[in-house]
Write a new protein. Structure first.
Length: 220
């Protein structure tokens, strides 16, 4: 069997990698070599193909840069919202008003979402609108190691909202290893809160709300 008969694309590629001087010794080949156009039924020179490839890569990099800038702006906006929410809670002198502050602040800063709050085992809490005696809710929330995101969760919580949510996020509230509440976000879209989404931001909101509401843990 001749050497030409055993020639493959892999052997040619390997030869060119092993012999970089070939490009200098046979530079004239590349000025006349024609290759298929990637997007049309025609051919173009190797140099033109390389330029086309570089343009495509540049366009991809432009899209990636645009996406990064968009994400950076979105993150900055979210950070501003959370800062304003925290400021309102810290400035509230009356601990009894904190549950409403938590809910109203989140509704104001994240107006695409509905927000509900249920609390228990907080001796100083007087506002019955936020008090929960639902043992099943308490048992469910106590099992959560992180916020639940999806279309189900604790189904009775769906009735806390004016319209049936497409998806929910249930954030457990705890302080000093003591679970005392649930912060629930409801979205119209079924894909807004998904089981595989990251929950770091929700966990931060839960910790901030928990620290603020812990002022109600003492009856004194």
């Amino acid at each position: 069997m001749s050497e030409a008969a055993t020639l493959t694309a892999e052997t040619v590629a390997q030869f060119l990698q092993d012999n970089p001087a070939f490009f200098d010794e046979h530079a004239d080949i590349f000025t006349t070599l024609k290759v298929p156009h990637p997007h049309a039924r025609s051919t173009l020179s190797l140099g033109e193909r390389q330029i086309l490839t570089l343009r495509t890569r540049n366009k991809e990099l432009e899209w990636k840069l645009s996406e990064l800038l968009h994400n950076a702006h979105s993150n900055e906006t979210i950070s501003d919202h959370v800062t304003l929410w925290c400021t309102r809670m810290l400035a509230e002198p009356d601990a009894q008003r904190l549950p409403q502050r938590v809910v109203d602040g989140l509704r104001l800063e994240f107006d695409m979402l509905e927000v509900a709050l249920r609390l228990w085992n907080l001796p100083a809490l007087k506002d019955e609108r936020f008090q929960s005696t639902d043992d099943m809710l308490q048992a469910y929330v106590s099992t959560l190691q992180k916020p639940y995101c999806g279309q189900e969760g604790y189904l009775p919580a769906h009735d806390w909202f004016d319209s049936k949510p497409g998806s929910v996020a249930i954030v457990p509230l705890s302080y000093n290893a003591h679970t005392f509440g649930a912060l629930v976000f409801a979205a119209e879209g079924a894909e807004h809160f998904k089981p595989d989404m990251g929950t770091t931001f929700l966990e931060i909101l839960g910790k901030l709300a928990s620290a603020s509401l812990s002022r109600l843990s003492s009856a004194s």
